[in-house]
Write a protein that binds this ligand. Structure first.
Ligand code: PBG
Length: 333
């Protein structure tokens, strides 16, 4: 062999590899999703070992720990008691509800941490859908948006830094942006679930919140969310959704799930001038956890490689249940 080009020269030593490395993970890239419930104990989620539904006190400590590790943003998800769930999900805009209370407490105890919220009806709806369901099983777009606006305002009023519409109703980003502005919340940002696919990878999350679509004796309930979340077969639609969200005033565009949709992250990062976020969702977390608990893969190496792949694909931000572990491992390295 007499090639003058030998790529291995740049892989020869650790120093040289570091010199030419194109991407680097850091804790500020992570947004840490946290589950909270209205109890006075923490409870491990069975399909997500190491991830808990936190009580408010424990959650404050967990958020302080995350800040110490270099994480700069969290996103909150509530496990709402069954007796508060209704068809219209009205608990989502209760000022004294769990999420507004948690935000207020966090802003007092850990004011430096940025807080993102989730806007959708599913944790609050007895039907388990992100929008209102009519008698025939249709998810009502415009009627839902009117409720989501109230939910977003309640979260902004409590002190949220970023509103995260995850519902996939058409036009919701624009409607939320307008009502935030009209009510004086011009500095509250929107991290939009822009390309959110109808995915089986959300399974563990839905069991964590007990928020999966549920049978109802009085009406038809669609078993899945495919009439509003995107078809996994489609990429072009992601361009359309991102154009709309950007035009409607989103500050950051999210792709979800992350791992099976790296191509979508890559496309949107080239297409848009907004930062891209990737959601490393619950099912992706559980697969790595399960295999590493069996001793079949090395958890640390697989997690860091996975998170790095989101950055290489073009995501600036990564929502991940591995956030604290990864931040710890990055410190060790
Ligand atoms: C609710 C919501 C979901 C997730 C985030 N917000 C579930 C869903 O759409 O059914 C999934 C997150 C995860 O799986 O980690 N609208």
């Amino acid at each position: 062999m007499n090639s003058i080009i030998r790529p291995r020269r740049l892989r020869r030593t650790e120093a040289i590899r570091q010199m030419v490395s194109e991407n680097k993970l850091s804790p500020e890239d992570f947004i840490y999703p946290i589950f909270v419930h209205d109890k006075d104990f923490k409870e491990e989620i069975s399909a997500m070992p190491g991830i808990f539904r936190w009580d408010i006190k424990g959650l404050i400590e967990e958020v302080k720990r995350a800040w110490e590790l270099g994480i700069r943003c969290i996103v909150l998800f509530p496990k709402v008691d069954d007796n508060l769930k209704t068809e219209d999900g009205a608990e989502c805009f209760n000022e004294a509800g769990l999420i507004p209370r948690v935000i207020r407490k966090l802003k007092k105890e850990v004011p430096q941490m940025a807080i993102m919220t989730d806007v959708a009806l599913d944790p609050y709806s007895c039907d388990g859908h992100d929008g209102l369901v009519d008698q025939d099983g249709n998810i009502l777009n415009d009627e839902t948006i009117a409720i989501l606006e109230k939910q977003a305002l309640t979260q902004a009023d409590a002190g949220a830094d970023f509103i995260g519409p995850s519902d996939m109703m058409d036009g919701r980003v624009g409607a939320i942006r307008k009502s935030l502005d009209k009510n004086g919340f011009i500095d509250v940002g929107i991290i939009s679930y822009t390309a959110k696919y109808s995915s089986a990878y959300y399974g563990p999350f839905r069991s964590a919140l007990d928020s999966a679509p549920r049978l109802n004796a009085n009406k038809l309930i669609p078993k899945n969310k495919s009439s509003y979340q995107m078809d996994p077969a489609n990429a072009k639609e992601a361009y359309l959704e991102s154009s709309l969200d950007q035009f409607e005033g989103a500050d950051i565009l999210m792709v979800k799930p992350g791992l099976s949709y790296l191509d979508i992250i890559y496309r949107l990062n080239n297409f848009s001038n907004k930062p891209i976020a990737a959601y490393n969702v619950s099912g992706e977390f559980s697969m790595i956890k399960a295999a590493s608990m069996k001793g079949w893969i090395n958890e640390k190496d697989v997690v860091l490689e996975t998170l790095l792949s989101f950055k290489r694909a073009g995501a600036k931000l990564i929502l991940s249940y591995h956030a604290c572990d990864a931040a710890n491992w990055l410190k060790e390295n």
